[in-house]
Write a protein that binds this ligand. Structure first.
Ligand code: NCD
Length: 429
């Protein structure tokens, strides 16, 4: 099976390539990237006036299977990923049961074989049941395919447990994806603390509940030699801690989400729980710090933290609604519209942060258009203009904070392992 993508603007941040070229896919690999390729391909995609880039890699996705298939499952979540241009997604382990054993990973792999249209990279829990009390069998879980470990959804409050986890995982060179939140400080909070939380009468979560834990875990990574990756960084003080740690040579990386990069706590104004997320949306100053961090390299990558919840759960009073927003199908258009078209960052930097950067953190041979690499590719139309409508999403859930937002840019074709899985708004199976 061969596919020829012709006449596109090929952007490959891994190599710095950005020019009009053709891409030839043979079987599951990228065979050639060159001008004017003559080939008798089985399928041709005309990418004139379009961008051809490596398929996006999302380090932080909640697929909810097993246990909460009413919110999302592997079938719907990977279709949402493909429609959003993502060809590989990390599946977070805060499912029911928690993915903390080889059997859990085998279950995920078998469901992925039958139902997934993109690559699923399993993340296993750091502690048994994500209860924060006993560490898992790291070696076993790496053997069965875990690419990273995380108790995401819960912080690891016990510093000794975190220390042990960093020591063990350092033996396998895999990162701990760290959900930083001191629950003693954030308990019962609904949004970021500040003038808006006082005015709205919603209990605030102080920025230090995140940043104090970031500082602790950077120190523990330095002490143990382990690799810590800070999830969904949301406040300026956390960005400062990561920047200083990187300067001192600590093995730390971090991600920011599309919602923290484009929204602030002012969005809570309408008491709509579709803006309730963990960590909470921050101030404009925090948002500026995240954008500066993207530019200067402190923030390594962008991850969606796609966290589906049902309409019934979100159509509720703020104190009852769960934390989390979906992101797979809105990430690229929102980031392109609010960060690239506004001149905050360049298109090439945005693509780097969602392709090669997360691949490097996870030691994956993904996120590149190098010849011989897996043919995971996205074709983007940057001119298409439309309003975001979660009712049209492939995701089972609608808890999107960008409803009705006017955006530009849309994936028009997504190719995974040399197979077109999404084309012109439709999943191809
Ligand atoms: C996530 C979820 O719903 O699983 N929610 C969220 O607000 N981000 C868990 C988490 O990352 O806290």
């Amino acid at each position: 099976m061969s596919i020829l993508i012709q006449n596109g603007r090929v952007i490959d941040p891994a190599s710095g390539r950005d020019e009009a070229m053709d891409v030839l896919i043979e079987d599951s690999k990228i065979a050639r990237v060159a001008k004017g390729i003559q080939a008798n391909a089985d399928e041709t995609i005309d990418a004139k006036n379009k961008i051809v880039a490596p398929g996006f890699v999302d380090m932080h996705v909640h697929l909810r299977e097993p246990g909460r298939e009413d919110k999302e499952n592997i079938h719907s979540g990977t279709r949402a990923a493909a429609a959003g241009g993502f060809t590989s997604v990390c599946a977070m382990p805060n499912t029911t049961p928690v993915c903390d054993t080889a059997q859990g990973l085998q279950f995920l792999a078998s469901r992925a074989r039958d139902n997934a249209v993109v690559n699923i990279l399993p993340v296993a829990a750091v502690t048994v049941g994500q209860a924060g009390e006993a560490i898992v069998e790291f070696g076993d879980l790496v053997y069965y395919g875990a690419v990273a470990f995380s108790d995401d959804g819960n912080p690891i409050m016990n510093a000794e447990i975190m220390c042990r986890a960093l020591e063990y995982t350092s033996m396998f060179n895999v990162p701990i994806l760290d959900h930083c939140d001191n629950v003693d400080l954030s308990k019962d909070g609904q949004m970021r603390s500040g003038a808006n939380s006082v005015r709205l009468g919603l209990k605030g979560i102080p920025p230090a509940s995140e940043s104090s834990q970031v500082a602790r875990d950077i120190d523990l990574a330095q002490y143990t030699g382990g690799r810590v990756h800070i999830c969904h960084v949301s406040v300026r003080q956390s960005v400062r801690h990561v920047a200083n740690a990187k300067k001192s040579g600590v093995n730390v990386t971090c991600e920011a989400t599309p919602h923290h990069l484009t929204l602030t706590d002012a969005a809570m104004e309408g008491y709509d729980a579709n803006f309730k997320v963990n960590p909470p949306l921050g101030s404009e100053d925090d948002r500026r710090a995240l954008i500066e961090g993207l530019r200067d390299g402190t923030i390594d990558c962008i991850a969606t933290d796609h966290a589906p919840h049902t309409d019934m759960e979100k159509d509720n009073v703020m104190t009852e609604a769960p934390f989390g927003v979906i992101g797979l199908e809105s990430a690229f258009p929102v980031l392109y519209t609010d960060l690239v078209l506004t001149g905050e960052i360049g298109l090439n930097l945005l693509l780097e942060k969602i392709t090669i950067a997360p691949s490097r953190i996870l030691n994956l041979k993904k996120g590149t258009l190098a010849e011989g690499a897996d043919a995971d590719i996205v074709v983007l139309d940057l001119d298409e203009e439309y309003a975001i409508d979660p009712q049209k999403f492939f995701s089972r859930s609608h808890n999107c904070p960008f409803v009705g937002k006017q955006v530009k840019g849309r994936p028009v074709a997504t190719i995974v392992g040399g197979r077109v899985v999404f084309r012109d708004g439709q999943i191809v199976t």
